[in-house]
Design a protein around this ligand. Structure first.
Ligand code: ADP
Ligand code: MG
Ligand code: MG
Length: 250
């Protein structure tokens, strides 16, 4: 089992403190969801975990199996087993999707994966995600629709097999069929060797990927913890309802 611990995390962006003391412990075998209104710091948390240098950690710790991630660059964190499916995946012209994924897979292995084995797994993952082989040879995300980009993030995750994946609004811009496909990919990853942090502001995705734990973030802090029922409650009462209930002034 692997453990990702976030302790009293404070993060500033462009000189402004956005995260104000986030505490969260993820274990492999668990799926956690973070819900919260727009602009509350959810993407800031995912960028800080992954090590985007624009997000300055001003206080606190992030540990992966006790190892201090804050001293590690983004690529080292990826090799250590973290994966971030971004809210806005970048387009990278000149690099084909299949080569990008192969390099990412091999970066986490001592010896490169034999090409036949790789392609076999790759084809299976494409099929799970209802993706065509044509997408493999296209340049990374270039000209992909919003939904295709999101599926492609899940494709990368399925191939890379991280210890922990952070999925930042993987549901945004997806129609219901694409949402089910994405959920199928994530659910296929659910094993004792894999943990995920699913960031969303809608409950809908969590009907398809049922989380073990739900956390609500507001104003740069996690203000409530619960199970899947918390997501249902938020859907019914809205963030304003919870804010009133907790007497929060944010
Ligand atoms: P969420 O993902 O919950 O919608 P974000 O983490 O994206 O929220 O944003 C939290 C706050 O941080 C917002 O006020 C946003 O404007 C600010 N912020 C986030 N990223 C940047 C950035 N790269 N540059 C400037 N401000 C940012
Ligand atoms: Mg947002
Ligand atoms: Mg966001």
């Amino acid at each position: 089992m692997a453990v990702l611990e976030i302790k009293d995390l404070h993060v500033a962006v462009a000189g402004k403190e956005i995260l104000q003391g986030v505490n969260l412990t993820l274990r492999t075998g668990e799926i956690h969801a973070i819900m919260g209104p727009n602009g509350t710091g959810k993407s800031t948390l995912s960028e800080a975990i992954m090590g985007n240098p624009k997000y300055e950690v001003t206080q606190g710790e992030i540990l992966l199996d006790g190892q201090n991630l804050l001293q590690m660059a983004v690529d080292e964190r990826a090799r250590a087993g973290l994966f971030l499916a971004m809210q806005y995946p970048a387009e990278i012209p000149g690099v084909t999707n299949v080569n990008f994924i192969r390099d990412a897979v091999n970066a986490r292995r001592e010896k490169p994966m034999p090409i036949r084995e790789f392609l076999q797994e790759f084809d299976q993952a494409l099929a799970t995600l209802d993706m065509t082989e044509k997408m493999a040879d296209r340049y990374l995300n270039q000209g992909f629709s919003g939904g295709e980009k999101k599926r492609n993030e899940i494709l990368q995750m399925m191939m890379i097999k991280p210890k922990f994946a952070i999925l930042d609004e993987i549901d945004s811009g997806l129609d219901i069929d694409a949402l089910k496909v994405v959920a199928r990919g994530v659910n296929q990853m659910r094993t004792p060797a894999f943990g995920a942090l699913i960031i969303t502001h809608y409950q809908r995705l969590l009907n398809y990927i049922v989380p073990d734990y739900v956390h609500v973030m507001m104003g740069g802090r996690i203000v409530q913890h619960g199970g899947p029922e918390l997501a249902q409650k938020l859907e019914a009462e809205g963030y304003a309802g919870l804010r009133d209930e907790l007497g929060l002034d944010i």
